[in-house]
Ligand binder design. Structure first.
Ligand SMILES: [Zn+2]
Ligand SMILES: [Zn+2]
Length: 627
């Protein structure tokens, strides 16, 4: 984990590199117009307009509004391509070696307008700063008297900073402040000016930068590995799901093998819930708008909700959460202390609005299923219930092969409801549970939801990337809004506390992470097809069918391969589909009443074994959830 100081330092380097990138581009393209160039995670970018005048001319010729808008949809022909990035990197390296200084100055509005007179995008920003009565600060990179776009190795940018003092580290005189071997320009993309599609599309050049070459190499290698494991590609290759524009963005369509994978996960979750004292609920996908007004979602969560639809004289919305339905079930009949804790679970599908730009495969979708549950308990049961949630969560995550976590405890934010005393108690209960499960965690001060503190758990995949997964939230708000009560031992009315908890989070996202974690080679217990049977010739088909039936009888998910293809092609296909066991049967196997088994990823390990022995082996592996 980086500390704040080293993060600040590397961000300064990344931001400074974005200026050097702009400077290099300006030297080679004197007419380029600049957008903005910030530091971002792992690197930086800068936006350029290489065709500004051309566009201006087009507008002057009197093109219609409509055709202008159309032209803005595709990146305008840029003066550079990704093939040029290596060359630009070299220019940047040359600049770094010149020991350029970064100098900050505050300038007047008039001065700024003069400096950036040929830079329309910068002028737009300057005018805004002036309007908001903010200081206009510029950074000069280089050592001569600053004139934008002129003179050797001088570049001025509108910028609040901060930056490195110099590209060369002063103290040693040798080392570079910006390591010329630890950055790389990675890609070019189109980006609308200020992210607005009505604006011109600029050319964005991305780069990554680190302190050392080793860090850079490690990052690039990890990126390459991550690309190979991209769950969107694996979803296609393994024929699990696809997204269809005709159906709608962010709404995955599950193919037979994908739907089966989901079912296996759901079945496992439900089995665990039942063994842990949960009861299952089902609630519909739409509900009256008034319900969401009462719950507060319509006020606090509206931007994530879809517009209401009219059903006869009532307004309805598709549900963004499962909580209100569960609450109405709690409230349907009086509850006593003897009923608590009540653990209601539902694999509930919810719909939340996400901008099309942020949708990403299964990780970010518009409709997804939560492994959701709501626990209603007495205040004194809070600690034990949260502990039980965490323990169950860890057990389930372990079964899927996730053993490393980043855990956060989020405490009371500035705006909150409920009494500070209750917040303290709830936070103490969360801490108690983390202590009971021996989990290391960080405190995220003030990051709790307005209705209560929470624990968030991110799982780390095989590349060490963290993914949001489990969340356990204490809620004082909804029990109050819906006037939930139970009768205590003394016959008095009390308000229960509600816990919202999702262990895998969203099944869609979890499956996406699972695919990337295993690079598609799912453990046997999760594989939609566990065994592929391949008969060598038509004379062996009958025997293959017998084995197929025997495996099915033993609940082993099996596929009998298409015999019209060659044996080698069928083996190759099953390998591409990452089937854990491939069985080949021919004369010898019939004679010995055996099968020839190939284990996934170990083609050399093919062995001939009796079918009973194989069934026993597979059953044991599934039962133990061997990874
Ligand atoms: Zn800057
Ligand atoms: Zn909830």
């Amino acid at each position: 984990m980086q500390n704040d100081n080293s993060k600040f330092k590397i961000d300064k380097i990344r931001h400074s590199l974005s200026h050097l990138l702009a400077m290099a581009v300006l030297e080679k393209f004197p007419n380029v117009k600049f957008g903005i160039g910030p530091a971002i995670e792992n690197g930086f970018y800068y936006d350029f307009d290489f065709n500004f005048n051309a566009e201006l001319r087009r507008t002057e010729c009197g093109t219609t509004r409509k055709s202008q808008r159309k032209s803005a949809l595709s990146p305008r022909k840029s003066a550079i391509t990704e093939g040029d990035l290596v060359e630009i990197e070299k220019w940047i390296r040359d600049l770094i070696k010149k020991d350029l200084k970064f100098k900050k100055e505050i300038v007047s509005f008039a001065e700024a307008k003069k400096l950036f007179k040929n830079q329309p995008y910068k002028l737009e920003l300057i005018k805004e700063l002036n309007k908001n009565k903010e200081k206009i600060s510029i950074y000069t990179t280089g050592s001569r008297k600053p004139v934008l776009g002129q003179g050797e190795s001088v570049f001025i940018d509108l910028c609040a900073g901060p930056h490195v003092k110099s590209t060369l580290r002063q103290s040693s005189g040798q080392a570079y402040e910006i390591n010329p071997d630890a950055f790389k320009l990675t890609k070019i993309a189109g980006a609308y000016w200020r992210g607005d599609e009505k604006n011109p599309m600029l050319t964005r050049i991305y780069g990554v930068a680190f302190n050392t070459k080793k860090e850079l190499d490690d990052y690039l290698q990890k990126q390459a590995e991550a690309e190979k494991r991209d769950h969107r590609l694996l979803g296609q290759k393994l024929d699990l799901f696809h997204f269809d524009e005709e159906f709608g963005m962010g709404l995955p369509l599950w193919h037979p093998k994908g739907a089966l994978l989901r079912q296996i996960i759901e079945d496992y979750c439900i089995q665990e819930y039942l063994q842990n004292g949960y009861q299952l609920l089902r609630t519909p996908h739409i509900a009256r708008l008034d319900l969401w007004k009462k719950s507060g979602h319509w006020d606090f969560y509206r931007e994530n909700m879809y517009s209401p639809m009219k059903v006869e004289e009532e307004k309805y919305v598709v549900k963004p959460m499962n909580c209100p339905g569960h609450i109405l079930i709690y409230n349907h009949q009086p509850k006593s202390y003897r009923d608590l804790p009540l653990r209601y679970a539902e694999l509930g599908t919810v719909y939340r609005f996400e901008k099309s730009g942020v949708l990403h495969g299964l990780i970010r979708v518009r409709g997804f299923t939560q492994d959701d549950a709501h626990i209603f308990c007495a205040p004194e049961q809070l600690g034990q219930e949260i502990t039980a949630c965490l323990k169950l969560g860890l057990k389930i995550l372990n079964a899927f092969g996730f053993k490393e976590y980043d855990i956060y405890l989020s405490t009371r934010p500035k705006k909150y409801i409920g009494s500070p005393k209750n917040w303290e108690k709830a936070t103490a209960a969360l801490k108690y549970a983390l202590g009971k499960t021996n989990l290391k965690y960080q405190i995220d001060p003030g990051e709790g939801v307005f209705y209560g503190p929470k624990i968030d758990l991110k799982i780390k995949d095989s590349l060490g990337r963290p993914w949001q997964c489990t969340t356990i939230q204490v809620d004082f708000n909804l029990p109050e809004k819906f006037e939930l009560v139970y009768i205590d031992q003394k016959g008095k009315k009390q308000q229960p506390i509600m816990i919202h908890r999702a262990l895998l989070g969203s099944l869609e996202r979890f499956i996406g992470v699972l695919l990337e974690h295993f690079a598609g080679a799912l453990p046997l217990w999760l594989s939609p097809i566990q065994v592929e049977i391949i008969n060598v010739g038509s004379a062996h088909r009958q025997y293959a069918k017998e084995i197929y039936s025997r495996l099915l009888e033993n609940n082993i998910r099996t596929n009998l391969s298409d015999e019209n293809l060659t044996v080698s092609k069928r083996i190759r296909d099953a390998e591409i589909q990452k089937v854990p066991y491939i069985l080949v049967v021919g004369d010898k196997e019939i004679q010995n009443q055996t099968v020839n088994v190939r284990h996934r990823g170990q083609p050399a390990s093919a062995e001939e074994i009796k079918i009973e022995k194989l069934i026993e082996k597979i059953k044991k592996e599934v039962e133990n959830k061997t990874i």
